[in-house]
Structures are given as structure tokens and as C-alpha cells.
Design a protein around this ligand. Structure first.
Ligand code: KG4
Ligand code: ZN
Length: 333
């Protein structure tokens, strides 16, 4: 089975061809960073227009890269939610139109399910596993028990972890997206200045997250006068550590709350690129005696391979989608 996948839910336009032997035949992901950077964040209308402009060329290029012709493709999958409505409409309409024109089935995919199943594409992860999804828009702990069998064990009550990285970075005078910039600044920390930042929800009986208090604490520290560069680096490191420690603590709680034994701890989303976060999760996985799976960054962040793969998994498992598959900005797993 060979599926063409399309992802347009945020500011990444991505097209991929994936087969049921877990091979990504070709994938192109185009970040729209340059289009949004001067606004300091993603502008939905600009994103939608850019998706529309890129998709046809990228589809042709992916097919050429893979050396695949239309007769070899068995279906088309596109993200229909959750995400920014304009982009979802563009991707879903484009995918559905292509499918109709080529007489192929169209598979409307839940973006979060794509993240949830990526570890099976990249590492052949076996059910059940615990997924920590940490991106700019989502922070959630999900028990992945089978295709279509997901239980959210915890999620953020305010900001997402990536959003917290971005906001702290902005307070430190760094550009957008802030996560990578903050990590870089923190790497230069010498540890001369100590900051007692809160570790929100740590030790709580549930497995939810909260990051808005941390951002506020960073703002208060930054407001103090005479803030030197060395202090900024130390503060960046303190914020990064607080986020990493919090993520690991909440994930530990999810392990404890679930009656099930998991085969692995899987991480997905842009924040999974952070080395401090990765190290904390690796340590937790060792403690829990489970494998730690962190797919390559390009497949942790938004990509079309995970969308195509989700369609393959659902077809193989015989799990259908609801009949109403219109794009939707909100679509919990
Ligand atoms: O998954 P993603 O690429 O996009 C969505 O939000 O869907 O995640 C982007 C988020 C941003 O908030 C970005 O700052 C954060 O991931 N991020 C990082 C790093 N790289 C990206 N946060 C911390 N450290 C990084 N190295
Ligand atoms: Zn995503």
C-alpha cells in the first residue's frame, strides 16, 4: 500500500509518500519561518495562502523524488484537524480534489493521531506505549494502546511547553521561535546566578501540566534592573531545567496512574528537539525500565509522513473514521 500524505495544520507545508513496509519513499517539508518571523509568530492567513501556493509543486516534486506515478498510489491522506482552519481547509480540499480526480480513496487524518503513531513508523514501537506530545500547541500524555485506542492521561491546563519556551525566550530578548534560541543561550550558562523558578504541578496527584506560572516568574526576574548577559544565560538554563524537570515529573506520574505496563516512553513534537528535555526523559525511561523512543527531529515536528502512515495503520487495522470528516480546528484524540 502506497499513500500520499499532506500536512498543512500549522506553518509547515509537508507532502510525503509512505508505504506499508514503513518506508518513507520521499518527503518534502517546507517551513514557513521566513514568512512569519517578522510578525513574531504564525499568522493564520499567511500560512493558508502559503500552503496553497506550495502544495502543487511539492506534490509533483515528491512523486518525482520517489520515482512514483499516479497508478502506483493507493490513496491520499490529509490532516483535517486539529489546527488552523485556513490551512486545514487548503490541505483537505487539495487532497480530496486530487483523490476525486484520480479515483482514489481520501483519508481524513487527525494530526494528533499522526504524532501518536509516528514511533511505529520510525521504530516499530509496540503497543501499548506512553506518548509525551510536547509542541508549540500541545502538551499531553497519551496512553497509546492500539490503532484508534488512545487515552489522555494528562494535558496542560494553560500554555503548551513549546509556548512556554517561546514566551520565556521573548522575555529574554530572543527571536521567534524561541525554543532553539533559548537552548543555545542556556548552553553558554556559567551558573554564577541562581534563580528559584517554580516547577508547576510537580508532585501533584494528577498528570496534568501548567506552564503559565513559570513564564510569569521569568518575567519578574527579567524586570529586575541591571540584567547582564551572564545572568540571561543562567536564567535561560534555569527556565529550561524547570520545564524539563516538570515534563519528567508529570510523565512519571502518568506511568504511576496507568494500571498498564508500557513497552516504551515515546516523545513527539518540536520540544523533543531539546537536549535537556531528552536527557530527563531518557533518565525517566531507564528508571521505569522501558525503552525511550525519540524519532528523528524531522519526524517529531509536523510532517506529512506521519499523516500518510496513520491512514495506512487505520486501513490495516480496519478502523474507520467518522463519516463527517470536514476540517475542524479542535479534534481531541
Ligand atoms: O511541533 P512543532 O514544530 O510545531 C507545533 O507546535 O505543532 O513545535 C514547535 C515548538 C515551538 O514552540 C518551538 O519553540 C519548540 O517547539 N522547540 C523547542 C526546540 N525546538 C523547537 N523548544 C525547546 N528547545 C528546542 N531545541
Ligand atoms: Zn504537531
Amino acid at each position: 500500500m502506497l499513500i500520499l500524505g499532506i500536512e498543512t495544520s500549522c506553518d509547515e507545508t509537508s507532502v510525503a509518500l509512505v508505504d506499508d513496509r514503513r518506508e518513507i519513499r520521499a518527503q518534502i517539508t517546507r517551513s514557513q519561518l521566513d514568512e512569519h518571523v517578522r510578525f513574531g509568530g504564525v499568522v493564520p492567513e499567511i500560512a493558508a495562502r502559503a500552503h496553497l501556493e506550495y502544495l502543487p509543486r511539492m506534490t509533483a516534486q515528491v512523486m518525482a523524488d520517489a520515482g512514483v506515478v499516479w497508478a502506483e498510489i493507493d490513496g491520499i491522506a490529509a490532516t483535517v484537524g486539529p489546527g488552523l482552519m485556513g490551512g486545514l481547509l487548503v490541505g483537505a480540499t487539495y487532497g480530496r480534489a486530487l483523490a476525486t480526480a484520480r479515483g482514489l480513496p481520501f483519508y481524513p487524518v487527525n494530526h494528533l493521531e499522526g504524532h501518536a503513531l509516528t514511533a511505529r513508523l520510525t521504530d516499530d514501537a509496540q503497543f501499548p506505549y506512553l506518548l509525551l506530545l510536547v509542541s508549540g500547541g500541545h502538551t499531553a500524555l497519551i496512553a497509546v494502546r492500539g490503532v484508534g485506542e488512545y487515552e489522555t492521561l494528562g494535558e496542560t491546563r494553560d500554555d503548551a511547553a513549546g509556548e512556554c519556551f517561546d514566551k520565556c525566550a521573548k522575555l529574554l530578548g530572543l527571536g521567534w521561535p524561541g525554543g532553539p534560541a533559548l537552548e543555545k543561550l542556556a548552553a553558554g550558562a556559567r551558573g554564577e546566578f541562581r534563580f528559584d523558578l517554580p516547577h508547576p504541578m510537580i508532585g501533584a496527584a494528577h498528570a496534568d501540566f501548567s506552564f503559565s506560572g513559570l513564564k510569569t516568574a521569568v518575567r519578574q526576574v527579567v524586570r529586575r534592573e541591571g540584567f547582564a548577559d551572564a545572568q540571561r544565560a543562567d536564567l535561560a538554563r534555569a527556565a529550561q531545567n524547570a520545564i524539563a524537570v516538570t515534563l519528567a515529573d508529570r510523565t512519571r506520574r502518568a506511568f504511576q496512574l496507568s494500571a498498564q505496563t508500557f513497552t516504551a516512553l515515546v516523545v513527539a513534537g518540536g520540544v523533543a528537539a531539546n537536549q535537556t528535555v531528552r536527557a530527563a526523559l531518557q533518565k525517566l525511561a531507564d528508571e521505569m525500565k522501558v525503552a525511550f523512543i525519540a524519532p528523528p527531529i524531522a519526524l517529531c515536528t509536523d510532517n506529512a509522513a506521519m499523516i500518510a502512515w496513520t491512514a495506512i495503520e487505520r486501513v490495516r487495522a480496519g478502523v474507520a473514521y467518522p463519516a463527517d470528516t470536514k476540517p475542524r480546528p479542535r479534534w481531541p484524540l
